[in-house]
Design a binder for this molecule. Sequence first.
Ligand SMILES: [Zn+2]
Length: 422
Amino acid sequence: MGPPGGKGWGPPGGGKGWGPPPGPGMGGPPGGKGWGPPPGPGMEGGKGDGKGGWGAPPPAIAQVEEPVRREWGEEHVRVIHGQLNIELSMQDPPLDDDALMNFCDWLDGYLPQVVANYPHLRKTGANVDLSDNVIGPQGLDRLFEELRKHQVPCVTMKCFRNVVNDAVIDTFVEYLHTQPENLPITGIHISHNRISDKGALRFLRASCTCGHYPTKVTKKPLWLRLENNEIDKPEEVIAQCGHEEYAVCTMKDGLCTQLDCDHVNVTVQVPHFYSQNNNQEKKPKGDKGKGKGKGDFGDGKGKGKGEGKGGKKGKKGVNRNVAKTIDLEEPEPALEDYPMEEHCPFKLDWSGRDSNKHALPMLIDIKEDSVVAKASIKPGENFLVNLNGMDVSMLEREQVEDALEERPVRMKVGKLASDNFN
Ligand SMILES: [Zn+2]
């Protein structure tokens, strides 16, 4: 273990227990950084209330009625396979920044005892899942701050389907540059948020200049999911990265910054980066899609999924043509024999996951005359590879089943269960 990088991630202080409580110089001076609302339209910067300086910014979506009482406990913070797992996805009601900060206050008191029991957590780090909530930049920043304070590095961050915008980029840029040398974050999943072209470019730049990727030990690039944000011209963002000579890989032949990219020896991978649904409205959580009908996905077919974009470079044989795109529109009338809330005209066989946690589920038992059958998809031959722009291999079964309950839903189905689809 190398010497401390000087940024507060060092080895436990004097070699005793988990080191001294963070003091000056550790993780940033209290209050110094301030994670109040970023200066933005209509918000005076210095408006703090007496409490803790974090005058509540209006939650992004939820209407303020009465603060929801939430209980935090072991189910949200567990040690699994030697790593800390913070599990806050799909909270009901969805977590907003205030709620996440409230969690962080609680975590601040709880984490010391966890780290005391499992001091190795400082060497194995934390997996954080905040997906499917209404978390914005302040909440996310605070959580990183909290982990840093307790010297537990973040190794994966899932924050997809939230309301994070460019204000969070500073947080990530800082994290990427100051994270511990020997335990860099390997996966950041923030698809379905509100990051712009500019934010994406800054993010990519930081990934490529921070010096941590490919990782020292495993030679892995940073896995960064930025699809379905508000990136208007993803091809220009990639082109700019090319100008700056960064090895950014979109995992599509001919569409990475390096034309001869092997999709392996790169600095950062941004699968699905060209899939940006700018017109897609956020679906409020809890409203399970019923009756919402069209419109949510705006341009339905308007925007191809990116392959066409790179035309100027002359697109090469991209393997994706083996996958078919199928849109499930309105729910089928109740299909009692089928799962997914009885509206899905097929079932999924998940047995591949027994041996490989990223295996794709196979479509079986396809209802005759359904849109799926009409697309000549035969049961037992095709895998579900992509759902609404998300790579199914990276999703949990539950997430897939939840997503399939909503309408409309766009899926890609193909015969190869390989990462040709990524
Ligand atoms: Zn590539």
